[in-house]
Design a protein around this ligand. Sequence first.
Ligand code: UD1
Ligand code: CA
Length: 533
Amino acid sequence: MLTPPRPAGVGLPAPPGTKPAAGAGASQAAPGNSVYPLRPMGAVSEVAHHDPTGRKGPASDRKRELLSLILAAGLGKRMQSRTSKLLHEVAGRPMVRHVIEATKGAGVARTVVVIGSQADEVRGAIGDHDKRIAFAFQKDQLGTGHAVLCAERQLQGHQGDVLILNGDLPSLRPETLQTFVAFHRSHGAPLSLLTTVIPEPHGYGRVIRNYGGDVSRIVEETDATPEERATQEINCGIYCVDSQALFRPLRQATRDNAQGEIYLTDLVEILRKEGRKIAAYRHPESREVLGVNDRRELAAAALALYKRKADALMLSGVSLIDPGSTYIDTQVTIGRDSTIEPGVMIQGDTRIGAEVRIGCGSRLFDCQIGDGTEILPYSVIASSRVGRGCRIGPFAHLRPDTTLDEGARIGNFVETKKSRLGRGSKANHLAYLGDAEIGRDVNIGAGTITCNYDGVAKHRTIIEDDVFIGSDTQLVAPVRVKRGAFVGAGSTITKDVPSHALALSRARQETKEGWARRFGPAARRNGPSREGG
Ligand code: UD1
Ligand code: CA
């Protein structure tokens, strides 16, 4: 039966074949390395409980508390990247964050993430603020089983189930995890696997069953015989295991395999040899549970998430003219009756109101767009706030920290940066507005440039309400054009303009009567004789 829980603080032998420094999960695993002050999990009984099976009752609940353990220490060689596989973005989030979100959505009380390769970056991508997430450190990447052993301390005292997940499962849905946990609990086996059947199982661990159909072991591709490789049922790297049947048996795993690693998958055979049963839940939707190993799989996972997002948006009342060419990140929100034209990317933490139209070929990143705003084709908008009823583009470029108040208009070939355009103001053609504060009902003529940079520092341009800036004006900052003033076309404004004044700085026009007839191109073509000169 179940092994009694290990008293807290008892030292653990290192797993076979590991350097003691790598540590079987002790928080001092990285010796002398204060960069990794690994937070212990704390008493499990303090944790707010959420049981996806919906069962209640304090004593038994505590026992069946569900924690998750995410393996995120590997680099992922097949990505051919300097960056950890888990940090590669899929539909706007680092891969590992999708897995964390899935566990949160499934009602997991706490999560331990095993980090190692690019540990700081992976931890940074996950964030340190969430008290329900703790980290364990795997100094050397000696395999998935070793990664689990490195988290033993963080899981100490926990008596319920542990949901173990590879970190490379960006498409995994919380509902699937809930189904799987419910399956595990109803079967009563100490270990359950999530498997799926695919026609081309290359690269994945194969699930080997005995004649009775029970799972007997998992064999990795590199260790498999040709017959075993023909098996199309694969291990997805998603396990649910009673914590009492995890660490003690796993310490028996050896590095005696083709990759010289401690495989988590060996736990199957070890438990079987102890006469325990292994349950396997075969997930019908394979694409959702396939680990991403290379960049082809990365692209496939991203497309699957974009499709899922497109479907959810359409069901909630957003029109996508061509969902297949529309790329909307997971966390984006869009209001009802908005229309997204083909070839649009909407990324990051973008929030779009209702009845908005986004023209083809546009890209939005970390933006807020108010109700009823229209963005005409080929506009690029980053980290900006756009009010209601605005019109932008075509071919507009709103760079970070642009704010458009209600009803403002930015036309074609207009670039803005760190600027605000007040209510009803317009810059309809060919302009650069940088570091500018523009009031209400201002007209910015075609070709207006804020000269905001003197080669050393940036300066602000302030244009108050009801100002008219004539075409082709240069505003040499710092400069202020006060309320109701009028700047004549073609001016270079270097001094503040008082309220209701006219400022003009262009050279006065000179006109020479008859000059062109005598000296213009026609005169030269025809020769001087015609004019009798
Ligand atoms: C693993 C499984 C395989 C399964 C496949 C599903 C093992 C031995 N094999 O293989 O049966 O079909 O996933 O995708 O588990 N990791 C660590 N520390 C390590 C090694 C890996 O944290 O020392 C992490 C990785 O960052 C990754 C996960 O574990 O998130 C899986 O590692 P990966 O190398 O992708 O495993 P596979 O060889 O694909
Ligand atoms: Ca994998």
